[in-house]
Design a protein around this ligand. Structure first.
Ligand code: SAM
Ligand code: SF4
Ligand code: SF4
Length: 386
């Protein structure tokens, strides 16, 4: 009996992009790709990390991500029916895991706004890697609902958590989230996560020159020695709505120099091959890493591209697969999963898409000039997640 032909994969033009994309629909040979954990893209990058956006909605309006002027009451958020449900997410995630994914991060929008997110966490935490190990299952949140939810998230099987926090000064924080949300509640959320055993906790701070760069040292001092790993992220030109300018970026090299002047640091090895952050440990009086003081990380997405070992795929809220944070189009897995595709069909589709992956936006851009851009309309970060 002849084998069923693999389903056709259709690249989707994201509805939030304005310019039609001319990207090729050709995805390579039409033979079935069997998931065996050995998948590599055209640049020999494996597939290890899956970020799943569970909602495109958020209760914050950070100007670098969901500026109020654009994400207002008239913004066309996705209707509930077009969101992947939990069973669909888990079924797709399972095929990614069969291809070698070891880490899953839930994100958004604000993932804790998704109703009953604990049920999804429970389902995902039952998955096992190709080697039979539990997944590294984590979630990125703005922390606003964490105090209320930390225990339930841990009980559902979440291992650790990343909280975004752009400053300790209440006025700075309220103006950056642009909904007047107080910093104290996020700090209480971090405390609740610690008490629940969601560790190690990471805190992400997006740094914008002239807006919150004076909070770098206070943030470092606050978290030093607490076990929380603070990571500074260069403000990125993601999406098409944040009015990004190179002048607003504080390059990580400058940030590290500022830190060094106050709190001596030593460079640390990367924790894993696909690690996005460069690690710096607090130094003791002999210039060695003081493990009790801990470490910070810098994520230099703009000034030092790390595309060479980028092993991350992104699944949007409505089931489109994106191969890069800066992609302008996704691959439609939703219609596969809502059609008659088998698990092997879905795994094969994912395999073929990854085999054809060439994305390296940051590397190409910084090879020219970090402030230059391709001019392409890109998908918003709140839609595919950070
Ligand atoms: N709402 C959650 C949160 O804020 O943690 C999860 C989604 S958010 C899109 C994920 C991460 O992306 C956050 O740490 C946020 O600070 C970061 N982010 C959003 N826009 C960014 C930008 N333009 N540049 C750098 N990081 C950005
Ligand atoms: Fe919401 Fe997170 Fe984007 Fe801020 S960064 S607007 S909290 S999704
Ligand atoms: Fe990965 Fe794209 Fe970022 Fe490069 S620009 S590191 S390929 S997500």
């Amino acid at each position: 009996m002849s084998e069923k032909a693999p389903p056709k994969i259709v690249t989707l033009l994201d509805q939030r992009t304005v310019r039609p994309s001319s990207a090729s629909l050709v995805l390579g040979p039409r033979q079935r790709v069997v998931a065996n954990g050995l998948l590599q893209d055209t640049l020999h990058r494996p597939l290890r990390d899956l970020r799943i956006s569970v909602t495109d909605r958020c209760n914050f309006r950070c100007s670098y991500c969901m500026p109020k002027e654009v994400f207002n009451k008239d913004y066309p958020y996705l209707p509930h029916a077009s969101l992947l449900n939990f069973e669909e997410i888990t079924r797709i995630a399972k095929q990614f895991v069969a291809h070698g994914v070891q880490k899953i991060r839930l994100t958004g929008g604000e993932p804790l706004l998704r109703k009953n997110i604990e049920i999804l966490i429970e389902q995902l935490s039952a998955l096992r890697t190709v080697e039979g190990a539990p997944l590294d299952l984590t979630l990125t949140t703005n922390g606003s609902l964490l105090k209320r939810k930390a225990q339930a998230l841990k009980a559902a099987g979440l291992q650790r958590i990343t909280v975004s926090l752009d400053g300790l000064d209440d006025d700075v924080f309220r103006s950056m989230n642009d909904v007047d949300f107080p910093v104290a509640e996020v700090l209480e959320g971090i405390e609740a996560a610690r008490e629940a055993g969601l560790g190690p906790i990471k805190v992400n701070m997006v740094v914008k020159r002239g807006t919150n760069d004076h909070e770098i040292i206070p943030m470092a001092r606050h978290f030093k020695g607490t076990g929380v790993v603070l990571r500074f992220i260069e403000y990125m030109d993601v999406g098409a709505t944040n009015g990004w300018r190179m002048n607003d970026v504080l390059p990580s090299a400058e940030l590290v120099a500022r830190l060094q002047a106050e709190l001596p640091l030593v460079a640390l090895e990367a924790a894993s091959p696909g690690e996005t952050a460069q690690r710096w440990g607090y130094a003791d009086s002999h210039g060695k890493h003081d493990v009790h003081a801990g470490e910070v990380g810098v994520i230099s997405s703009v000034t030092q591209a790390f595309c060479g070992n980028c092993n991350r795929a992104r699944l949007s809220t409505e089931g489109q697969l994106y191969l890069c944070l800066f992609a302008s189009q996704g691959y439609d897995l939703l219609s596969l999963i809502r059609g008659d595709a088998s698990d092997a069909d879905i795994a094969s589709a994912i395999g073929r898409i990854w085999l054809g992956r060439t994305d390296r936006y940051s590397a190409l851009r910084s090879a020219q000039d970090p402030s230059s851009d391709s001019g392409k309309r890109r998908v918003e970060m709140s839609y595919i997640g950070g």
